[in-house]
Design a protein around this ligand. Structure first.
Ligand SMILES: Cc1cc2nc3c(=O)[nH]c(=O)nc-3n(C[C@H](O)[C@H](O)[C@H](O)COP(=O)(O)OP(=O)(O)OC[C@H]3O[C@@H](n4cnc5c(N)ncnc54)[C@H](O)[C@@H]3O)c2cc1C
Length: 491
């Protein structure tokens, strides 16, 4: 029998929600304090003039991590959370008229590449097999466990990965690996794009990150029934059924520390005592605001941030047969696009991503219309003139999409909402509006991310995209699992 404790969680982002479910399922008494009036943080949704939009994430992989939460709580996941595997993971478009459908199935995808780009199917199959090999060797070590515990490194699996490090392309960039393997510039661009899945730069990030296509093509890309927000909503409702208490519009002001141990939370005039505290707030602001009287780990907090995003949520008064759920309109010069991001600027020919959930969820837009989540990668906030950049990028996006679709989309935009790095920071307390916490571009980035616990303050833990193992829904869910394991090793 483990001791039942009172546990306070700061933030109801996806990692905070998952941690709450795990701990409540073990019988602990859990309170979650959330600054916003709603759960989910970046993974939230809103409605605009009859259109429904997922506000942040649009690509969903590893649904098993969500299912696991229901099973832990003794419930059948399919009764509360349903999803479908996408037969086509992305529709790719280039300005010269080339189009490519990325089928989920590896053989079909490879055949499509051969048909559209003239690259032998075997090359694509080999690249995806290599992606799987890298995942099998490194995934369990780098993603599923705390990197800051000796036990992670003292076992056969870790030894096997260490011996194979020279074959994991840690010292070569993703782009260099892709150029060598795939050669065709469009195919290289397509595979380089996977770096953006965690806000990285393919010309800098190590080739180890080529494990990402494994997730999309082998494990699969999915869409929850009801859209991405169903992930938040179903886990939130599960947490409530497990007795977790939620306190919305309760921004935490301070983590109370006594004798090098976290003992509670301060919210306004009120103090709440807890046996353990978990922060799902961005680790930068956790230190700067909630632990202002503790010495911060400056080197960790100074790590460069991932990219951010500029999003135009558009209600479009037409349906486009040539588009699917995920659509990419590539730039002509990918290297220049990332060089701009590195400099903190935005290229005038930025790759555009359009996500349209209405393709599967008919009620997400009025009849005959589509809900476009139109996004370009932009640098994190460092004082840019965002209003001018938004104005210029909006014109560029409309012109490029209109050229490729052979239809002026400007008059079709029935309503609009905009999200930029400033509003991302404001809405979710994410430092500089970075989507995925610290950047993964550096070879040692995984080790420079903040751990899920704090060595010199007992009973204080961290989950979410700004700490190990990193940003993105699957990794945030894994951070919850690691925190749960750390607490129960301790108990
Ligand atoms: C535009 C966009 C697109 C993305 N696309 C994808 C994608 O396609 N696929 C994918 O997997 N990931 C994607 N991501 C990344 C993904 O959304 C994040 O990694 C993940 O949702 C982060 O979850 P989190 O648990 O770290 O918390 P967050 O979502 O950052 O939420 C933190 C919560 O803590 C609350 N909080 C902060 N401070 C306090 C305080 N002092 N007191 C109380 N509450 C507080 C905030 O209000 C917020 O609700 C995207 C993100 C964005 C913004």
């Amino acid at each position: 029998m483990i001791k039942k404790e009172r546990i306070g969680i700061v933030g109801a982002g996806i990692a905070g929600l998952a941690t709450a479910v795990r701990l409540a399922s073990r019988g602990h008494e859990v309170d979650v304090f959330e600054a916003n009036a709603y759960p989910g943080g970046k993974l939230s949704a809103f409605e605009l003039k009859g259109y429904r939009f997922d506000a942040g994430p649009s690509l969903f992989t590893m649904p098993a991590y969500v299912d696991e939460l229901f099973r832990l709580a003794g419930e059948a996941p399919e009764q509360h959370f349903q999803y479908r595997r996408l037969p086509i993971v992305c529709h790719y478009f280039w300005e010269d008229g080339t189009k490519l459908l990325a089928h989920a199935g590896i053989a079909e995808f490879a055949q499509e590449v051969e048909a559209q780009l003239g690259v032998p199917a075997a090359k694509v199959e080999a690249a995806l097999a290599e992606s799987e090999r890298k995942h099998d060797l490194s995934g369990k070590i780098f993603l599923n466990k705390s990197l800051h515990r000796l036990s992670t490194w003292t076992n056969w699996e870790a030894l096997r990965a260490m011996i194979r490090i020279p074959t994991l392309d840690l010292f070569t960039s993703m782009n260099a690996v892709n150029e060598k393997q795939l050669q065709h510039p469009k195919l290289v661009q397509l595979f380089n794009r996977f770096a953006t899945y965690n806000g990285s730069n393919p010309y800098k990030v190590p080739g180890l990150l080529n494990i990402i296509p494994y997730f999309e093509h082998k494990v699969g890309a999915y869409l929850p029934k009801g859209g991405m927000h169903a992930i938040t909503q179903s886990i939130f409702e599960l947490a409530q059924r497990r007795g977790v208490r939620f306190h919305f519009e309760h921004p935490v002001d301070r983590i109370l520390v006594e004798n090098k141990r976290a003992v509670g939370l301060e919210i306004g005039e009120q103090r709440h005592a807890f046996d353990r505290v978990i922060s799902n707030m961005d680790v930068f602001f956790t230190y700067k605001k909630l632990l202002a009287d503790q010495a911060p780990p400056e080197r960790t907090l100074r790590q460069p941030k991932s990219t951010s995003a500029l999003i135009f949520y558009w209600g479009i008064e037409q349906q486009f047969e040539q588009l699917g759920l995920h659509n990419i309109f590539f730039s002509n010069d990918y290297r220049d696009e990332f060089a701009h991001l590195e400099r903190g600027s935005v290229s005038e020919d930025q790759t555009i991503y359009i996500d349209i959930t209405q393709k599967y969820e008919a009620e997400d837009a009025p009849p005959g219309c589509e809900n476009w989540f139109t996004m370009v990668n932009v640098p994190h906030h460092s004082g840019q003139d965002w209003d001018a950049l938004i104005d210029r990028t909006r014109r560029q996006v409309i012109a490029k999409v209109s050229r490729i679709l052979h239809r002026d989309i400007r008059p079709l935009i029935a309503c609009e909402e905009i999200l930029d790095p400033r509003s991302i920071e404001r809405k979710t307390s994410s430092h500089l509006g970075a989507l995925y916490g610290t950047s993964s571009n550096k070879r040692m980035a995984a080790f420079l991310r903040h751990a899920n616990f704090k060595r010199n303050i007992q009973h204080l833990y961290f989950c979410g995209g700004s700490v190990h193992p990193g940003g993105g829904i699957p990794l945030c869910l894994l951070s919850a699992k690691i925190v749960d394991e750390l607490i129960h090793e301790n108990l």
